[in-house]
Design a protein around this ligand. Structure first.
Ligand code: SAM
Length: 249
């Protein structure tokens, strides 16, 4: 997995465009596409756009103007060179450099889980969205990302559950608590932490910021992957890796 969004930005883009990144191509993007079908949008903000490749997906939905923002300078350099018809900015999702009511739609794939305060991001998105504008975003699913690595008979398991005993109160992983689960060296001088929250936590925070929730999905690997990588397909067909929310201002 490529996790340095600056020095590895080019490799990451190649991995995505060549469809080698299975989580993106066969799990996350199909979920996002399925939630966009009824949207008629004009000006879109790509929040945490990386190298800007999601602009290809959005163009399939007849978007007229695309603006992207990401904290990684190198990713934004590459995005500007690859997609000169879009506008790209370096910036932080907690403090967006855009006026109130600027966008019809905000799209964000696998970015908000890097915030230790997603409510602040939701407030910013609410501010820059026009009334009736939509906000579609995906984050890690707690079933996948808060499970605990356990070695049993030299085999690695990812477990979320508990020992069913009156005497031993051992639990594996956690589901309800907002948790920092991993650390990434993300850009040269910035360490990103991955924070995972339950679906109901996201629902409450979105509502508190004024959003109405229109749709919610949990990902599953699509059947196209079955032939290419049966094991990955089998696992993530049954267990959600990601989840996505469609909210309206
Ligand atoms: C998993 S990548 C997703 C990139 C792109 N959305 C995609 O799906 O290909 C996460 C992105 O979030 C960006 N990011 C992390 N924290 C950020 C922040 N505070 N503000 C803006 N972007 C951020 C990273 O630089 C990285 O490009």
């Amino acid at each position: 997995m490529i996790t340095d969004y600056d020095s590895k930005a080019k490799e990451r883009q190649e991995e995505i465009l060549s469809k080698f990144n299975r989580a993106h191509t066969y799990v996350e993007k199909p979920m996002m596409k399925s939630m966009m079908r009824d949207l008629k949008v004009k000006k879109v903000l790509l929040l945490g756009c990386g190298t800007g490749d999601e602009s290809l997906l959005l163009k399939e939905f007849n978007v007229s103007e695309i603006v992207g923002i990401d904290i990684s300078k190198e990713s934004i350099n590459i995005a500007r060179n690859t997609y000169p018809d879009c506008e790209f900015y370096v910036g932080d999702m907690h403090e967006l450099p855009f006026k109130d009511n600027s966008f019809d739609f905000v799209y964000s794939s696998l970015v908000i889980h890097y915030s230790n305060n997603p409510e602040n991001v939701f407030k910013e998105v609410y501010r820059v969205l026009k009334n009736d504008g939509y906000f579609l975003f995906s984050v890690g699913h707690p079933l996948r990302w808060t499970s605990e690595k356990v070695i049993i008979n030299n085999e690695e398991f990812k477990l979320l559950g508990y020992q069913n005993s009156k005497e031993v109160n051992k639990i594996y992983g956690n589901y309800n608590t907002f948790t920092k689960v991993e650390e990434y060296l993300a850009c040269e001088d910035i360490t990103f932490n991955l924070f995972i929250a339950s679906p109901s936590t996201h629902f409450k925070l979105l509502k508190r910021c004024g959003f109405q929730i229109e749709d919610f999905s949990e990902s599953y690997a699509i059947n196209e992957l079955r032939e290419l990588d049966y094991n990955y397909w089998y696992r993530y067909h049954e267990f959600p890796q990601f989840m996505a929310f469609l909210a309206r201002k």
